[in-house]
Design a protein around this ligand. Structure first.
Ligand code: FES
Length: 420
């Protein structure tokens, strides 16, 4: 697959340790570089095993702006096919999801099997010595999964997924560990919001603990029990931000939790008791209690997967000033009754009439609008530089309102954008 070469943008100057240049959100050359270097050469989250359980099941997604089909093959493996007919380029499959035995192009009827091989061409007499095997669909050369999360890269070589994820697999483990069988399921369907902001605004905001008391003040006025622990006096807040390397970043609310299920706004009743009992059967009482105290991860897996506590979200770049935000509740396999509660959480936090996501999307669009100003060129990212520390595992940790996560995102970004 041919990939355009990087532009002459000077990323070392534009991304500094405590500030970044506004053109990173407004320069079309930067966006083009990002599509190549981050979304085509790097590992990108595509979907989850549970979305395509049977052979022929598929979903359509984008790797950056590259349309792809993630499909379960006859051999039960998952392939990521480029969603473009090899004849004259028509988008092969327009559906968001479905089940297919073949993919037939609507334009002239070329038909491909689930692995992308070209099966047939109507009126083949029009071609001389036509080699069908040379005209199969392009496909992502590397597809790899971790605990059901499927990632793909359009580059044939490069770091492995394990190298890309590094220690951040533990963030995924933390979420999966809340299921009594150790698996999550993304089976509720996705809600998509269009956001008039550069794609980077969303992962940055997802890992920003500074904005909560302002953008989401309505939530904390409604849920008063969490108010002091999340946005109270600066010194009383125990939650932290943490950088895991490779651009993977986290807000860890759990140091501030004082009781099980605070991440769920509290929980009680027989469905919850059955869920806890199932966890205890697998883990024992002590580990099960730790899991329900800590809750799921709140973390960005660079560049596009957000483990949003009880939700999973994807950011999809559309163009320089526009992106899509996808979200779905993170169901826990093995406890279908408990998942009803998680669905309610998704509606309250992420849906179009919820507390959180609409406010975040509006602020992101205001950020993008503000950055059109040319009189000021830099954004400041120095908050907390004076008090962050490195823990025993080499992760940078700081107060939840510090910009440690933003800096880690940008420092990895700079390394990707300047790599040879
Ligand atoms: Fe697909 Fe012609 S473009 S068959």
């Amino acid at each position: 697959m041919s990939l355009t070469t990087a532009s002459a943008v000077d990323y070392k100057t534009l991304v500094q340790d405590d500030r970044i240049h506004a053109s990173l959100y407004t320069d079309p050359r930067v966006f083009a570089d990002e599509m190549d270097r981050i979304f085509h050469l790097g590992w990108v989250f595509v979907g989850h095993d549970s979305e395509v359980p049977r052979p022929g099941d598929f979903v359509t997604r984008r790797l950056g702006r590259e349309p792809v089909i993630m499909v379960r093959g006859k051999d039960a493996g998952i392939a990521v096919l480029v969603n473009r007919c090899m004849h004259r380029g028509t988008l092969l499959c327009p559906a968001d999801r479905g089940t297919a035995r073949t993919f037939a192009c609507p334009y002239h009827g070329w038909t491909y099997d689930l692995s992308g091989e070209l099966l047939g061409v109507p009126y083949p007499g029009g071609y001389q010595a036509f080699d069908k095997s040379a005209h199969g669909l392009a496909r992502a050369p590397r597809v790899s999964t971790y605990r059901g999360f499927v990632f793909a890269s359009l580059a044939a070589t490069g770091p492995t997924l394990a190298e890309h994820l590094g220690a951040a697999t533990r963030l995924i483990d933390r979420s999966c560990g809340l299921s009594p069988v150790g698996e999550v399921e993304l089976t509720a369907g996705w809600v998509k919001h269009r956001c008039t902001a550069n794609w980077k605004m969303l992962p940055e905001n997802d890992s920003d603990g500074y904005h909560l008391g302002f953008v989401h003040s309505a939530l904390f006025k409604s849920v008063r029990t969490q108010y002091q622990r999340v946005i109270g006096e600066e010194k009383s807040i125990k939650a932290v931000v943490r950088a895991w390397g490779h651009g993977h970043i986290e807000i860890d609310w759990s140091p501030g939790y004082q009781a099980p299920f605070e991440w769920l706004g509290g929980a009680s009743g027989s469905v919850v008791a059955d869920y806890v009992a199932a966890l205890e059967r697998r883990d024992g009482a002590e580990t099960a209690r730790r899991r329900i105290m800590q809750g799921p991860a709140h973390a960005l897996i660079f560049p596009n997967l957000f483990l949003g506590e009880t939700n999973i979200a994807i950011v999809e770049p559309v163009d320089l000033g526009q992106c899509l935000h996808w979200h779905t509740p993170m169901f826990l396999k093995g406890v279908p009754e408990f998942n009803g509660r998680l669905l309610r959480m998704a509606e309250a936090g992420m849906g179009p009439a919820s507390f959180l996501m609409p406010e975040d999307l509006i602020v992101a669009s205001r950020n993008q609008a503000g950055l059109q100003a040319r009189a000021v060129e830099w954004l400041l990212l120095g908050r907390g530089l004076n008090r962050e520390s490195v823990d025993a595992e080499g992760r940078v940790v700081s107060h939840v309102t510090d910009e440690t996560t933003n800096r880690a995102f940008w420092h990895h970004y700079r390394s990707v954008m300047t790599a040879a």
